[in-house]
Design a protein around this ligand. Structure first.
Ligand SMILES: [Fe+2]
Ligand SMILES: [Fe+2]
Length: 185
């Protein structure tokens, strides 16, 4: 059985290209549920989907790389759905799977059919068509479990307010001071 650490390493290995993409900065600045950003939510969904596949012993039937990539991109709609934006996102629950797929195809054009289907249909049963592949069911189940946990977490009361037009502040690693740089030569 995979450990948490092994699962995180798998997600980072197979999702490296996605995690490193510049548009992930948008996900890092937008809240998804409670005090959790869309980026953190997507990583959680990917880890949980891998954990489910492992505990259900599905490795003969599941493509790990497609599962991780679909999970990381399932909410790649690239806006904060809490923002009013002149009512543009009123139907967010029904439309964002398709928006995420369109953005993912634009930024990572080589998506396979499992990844495409799992992203587009992850909101089932809110949207009418169920996923076609096991990977899609794992993504949709992991998403619902993560969303419920994040929404009900007491952490939501310590949510950091967003600065107008800036989104959630992104923590960056501190740069070494000039003195420290000089010490290293
Ligand atoms: Fe979603
Ligand atoms: Fe989600």
């Amino acid at each position: 059985m995979l450990t948490r650490r092994q699962i995180r390493m798998l997600v980072h290995r197979h999702g490296r290209e996605i995690i490193a993409h510049e548009n992930m900065m948008i996900e890092r600045r937008c809240y998804q549920h409670g005090a959790v950003t869309t980026f953190a939510h997507s990583i959680r969904v990917a880890c949980l989907a891998v954990w489910m596949a492992d505990r259900l012993r599905l490795w003969r039937r599941v493509d790990l790389r497609s599962l991780i990539r679909a999970a990381l991109l399932h909410d790649y709609f690239l806006y904060d759905w809490h923002d009013w934006d002149n009512g543009e996102h009123r139907l967010h629950g029904f439309t964002h799977g398709r928006a995420a797929l369109e953005n993912a195809m634009r930024d990572f054009g080589d998506l396979n059919h499992v990844e495409r289907d799992s992203i587009a249909r992850h909101m089932f049963p809110l949207t009418p068509l169920p996923p076609r592949y096991i990977e899609g069911y794992l993504v949709t189940m992991a998403d619902k479990v993560s969303a419920t946990r994040e929404t009900l977490s007491p952490d939501r009361f310590s949510k950091q307010p967003k600065a107008p037009g800036r989104g959630v502040a992104v923590r960056r690693p501190a740069l070494p001071s000039a003195a420290a740089r000089n010490r290293r030569g």
